[in-house]
Design a protein around this ligand. Structure first.
Ligand SMILES: C[S@@+](CC[C@H](N)C(=O)[O-])C[C@H]1O[C@@H](n2cnc3c(N)ncnc32)[C@H](O)[C@@H]1O
Length: 125
Protein backbone atom coordinates (compact mmCIF):
# COMPACT_ATOMS: atom_id res chain seq x y z
CA UNK A 1 0.00 0.00 0.00
CA UNK A 2 2.75 2.41 1.00
CA UNK A 3 4.62 1.63 -2.25
CA UNK A 4 1.52 2.51 -4.26
CA UNK A 5 1.35 5.87 -2.57
CA UNK A 6 5.03 6.51 -3.43
CA UNK A 7 4.48 5.43 -7.03
CA UNK A 8 1.49 7.67 -7.33
CA UNK A 9 3.45 10.58 -5.88
CA UNK A 10 6.35 9.98 -8.33
CA UNK A 11 3.92 9.84 -11.19
CA UNK A 12 2.25 13.03 -10.02
CA UNK A 13 5.64 14.79 -9.77
CA UNK A 14 6.58 13.63 -13.27
CA UNK A 15 3.31 14.95 -14.63
CA UNK A 16 3.75 18.23 -12.80
CA UNK A 17 7.28 18.60 -14.22
CA UNK A 18 5.98 17.94 -17.73
CA UNK A 19 3.29 20.57 -17.20
CA UNK A 20 5.92 23.06 -15.98
CA UNK A 21 8.07 22.47 -19.04
CA UNK A 22 5.03 22.88 -21.29
CA UNK A 23 4.05 26.06 -19.45
CA UNK A 24 7.46 27.60 -20.07
CA UNK A 25 6.79 27.48 -23.81
CA UNK A 26 3.38 29.18 -23.60
CA UNK A 27 2.83 32.83 -24.49
CA UNK A 28 3.36 35.18 -21.58
CA UNK A 29 0.55 37.54 -20.54
CA UNK A 30 0.83 40.88 -22.32
CA UNK A 31 0.37 42.79 -19.05
CA UNK A 32 1.68 42.48 -15.52
CA UNK A 33 -1.51 42.06 -13.54
CA UNK A 34 -2.06 41.92 -9.80
CA UNK A 35 -3.29 38.49 -8.80
CA UNK A 36 -2.23 36.71 -12.01
CA UNK A 37 -2.61 32.94 -11.76
CA UNK A 38 0.15 31.80 -14.10
CA UNK A 39 1.73 29.85 -11.25
CA UNK A 40 -1.42 27.70 -11.05
CA UNK A 41 -1.21 26.48 -14.67
CA UNK A 42 0.72 23.27 -13.86
CA UNK A 43 -2.13 22.32 -11.52
CA UNK A 44 -5.01 23.52 -13.69
CA UNK A 45 -3.82 22.01 -16.95
CA UNK A 46 -4.66 18.44 -15.88
CA UNK A 47 -8.25 19.42 -15.03
CA UNK A 48 -8.54 21.39 -18.26
CA UNK A 49 -7.36 18.49 -20.42
CA UNK A 50 -9.82 16.14 -18.71
CA UNK A 51 -12.68 18.52 -19.52
CA UNK A 52 -12.28 17.82 -23.26
CA UNK A 53 -13.21 20.21 -26.03
CA UNK A 54 -15.25 22.74 -24.08
CA UNK A 55 -15.47 26.49 -24.22
CA UNK A 56 -13.54 28.24 -21.49
CA UNK A 57 -15.48 30.87 -19.56
CA UNK A 58 -13.32 33.31 -17.60
CA UNK A 59 -15.49 35.89 -15.81
CA UNK A 60 -12.43 37.60 -14.25
CA UNK A 61 -9.84 37.30 -17.03
CA UNK A 62 -7.58 40.12 -15.72
CA UNK A 63 -4.10 39.68 -17.14
CA UNK A 64 -5.08 36.54 -19.16
CA UNK A 65 -2.54 34.32 -17.39
CA UNK A 66 -4.96 31.40 -17.07
CA UNK A 67 -6.37 31.78 -20.58
CA UNK A 68 -2.94 31.93 -22.22
CA UNK A 69 -1.72 29.11 -20.01
CA UNK A 70 -4.51 26.76 -21.09
CA UNK A 71 -4.86 28.05 -24.68
CA UNK A 72 -8.51 27.05 -25.18
CA UNK A 73 -9.87 26.71 -28.72
CA UNK A 74 -12.92 28.74 -27.70
CA UNK A 75 -13.24 31.16 -24.82
CA UNK A 76 -15.59 33.76 -23.43
CA UNK A 77 -13.54 36.30 -21.50
CA UNK A 78 -14.86 39.04 -19.28
CA UNK A 79 -13.58 41.61 -16.86
CA UNK A 80 -15.22 44.55 -15.13
CA UNK A 81 -12.23 46.77 -15.94
CA UNK A 82 -13.08 48.55 -19.22
CA UNK A 83 -9.45 49.58 -19.79
CA UNK A 84 -8.12 46.05 -19.85
CA UNK A 85 -10.90 44.97 -22.24
CA UNK A 86 -10.15 48.00 -24.42
CA UNK A 87 -6.48 47.00 -24.46
CA UNK A 88 -7.34 43.44 -25.59
CA UNK A 89 -9.61 44.77 -28.30
CA UNK A 90 -6.71 46.89 -29.57
CA UNK A 91 -4.39 43.87 -29.41
CA UNK A 92 -6.86 41.91 -31.57
CA UNK A 93 -6.73 44.76 -34.08
CA UNK A 94 -2.92 44.49 -34.19
CA UNK A 95 -1.80 47.11 -31.67
CA UNK A 96 1.91 47.82 -31.86
CA UNK A 97 3.90 49.85 -29.35
CA UNK A 98 6.02 52.60 -30.86
CA UNK A 99 8.11 53.48 -27.81
CA UNK A 100 10.76 51.47 -26.01
CA UNK A 101 9.41 49.63 -22.97
CA UNK A 102 11.74 50.07 -20.02
CA UNK A 103 11.51 49.13 -16.38
CA UNK A 104 11.99 52.62 -15.00
CA UNK A 105 10.12 54.40 -12.22
CA UNK A 106 9.99 57.85 -13.80
CA UNK A 107 8.86 56.42 -17.16
CA UNK A 108 6.15 54.51 -15.33
CA UNK A 109 4.79 57.68 -13.66
CA UNK A 110 5.06 59.59 -16.90
CA UNK A 111 3.00 56.96 -18.73
CA UNK A 112 0.51 56.78 -15.87
CA UNK A 113 0.00 60.57 -15.90
CA UNK A 114 -0.54 60.45 -19.66
CA UNK A 115 -3.06 57.65 -19.27
CA UNK A 116 -4.95 59.49 -16.52
CA UNK A 117 -4.99 62.66 -18.59
CA UNK A 118 -6.49 60.73 -21.50
CA UNK A 119 -9.14 59.35 -19.18
CA UNK A 120 -10.00 62.78 -17.83
CA UNK A 121 -10.46 63.98 -21.39
CA UNK A 122 -12.55 60.95 -22.26
CA UNK A 123 -14.89 61.17 -19.25
CA UNK A 124 -15.21 64.95 -19.61
CA UNK A 125 -17.10 64.24 -22.82
C1 LIG B 1 -6.89 38.46 -9.84
S1 LIG B 1 -7.46 39.18 -11.32
C2 LIG B 1 -7.71 37.78 -12.38
C3 LIG B 1 -6.43 37.17 -12.81
C4 LIG B 1 -6.59 36.20 -13.96
N1 LIG B 1 -7.40 35.05 -13.59
C5 LIG B 1 -5.20 35.77 -14.40
O1 LIG B 1 -4.82 34.65 -14.14
O2 LIG B 1 -4.47 36.60 -14.97
C6 LIG B 1 -9.14 39.53 -10.88
C7 LIG B 1 -9.89 40.30 -11.95
O3 LIG B 1 -11.26 40.31 -11.61
C8 LIG B 1 -11.84 41.49 -12.10
N2 LIG B 1 -13.11 41.70 -11.41
C9 LIG B 1 -13.31 42.03 -10.11
N3 LIG B 1 -14.64 42.10 -9.86
C10 LIG B 1 -15.27 41.78 -11.00
C11 LIG B 1 -16.64 41.67 -11.37
N4 LIG B 1 -17.62 41.89 -10.51
N5 LIG B 1 -16.94 41.30 -12.62
C12 LIG B 1 -15.96 41.09 -13.52
N6 LIG B 1 -14.65 41.18 -13.25
C13 LIG B 1 -14.30 41.53 -11.99
C14 LIG B 1 -10.77 42.55 -11.81
O4 LIG B 1 -10.91 43.67 -12.67
C15 LIG B 1 -9.47 41.76 -12.06
O5 LIG B 1 -8.98 41.99 -13.36
Amino acid sequence: MKRNVCYSFDSHMRQQRKAEVAEASLPRPPLKWAGGKRWQIPILIGFWQQAGNVRMVEPFCGGLAVTLGLMPQRAMLNDINPHVINFYNWLKRGLSISFKMVNDESKYYEARDQFNQLLRGHWAG
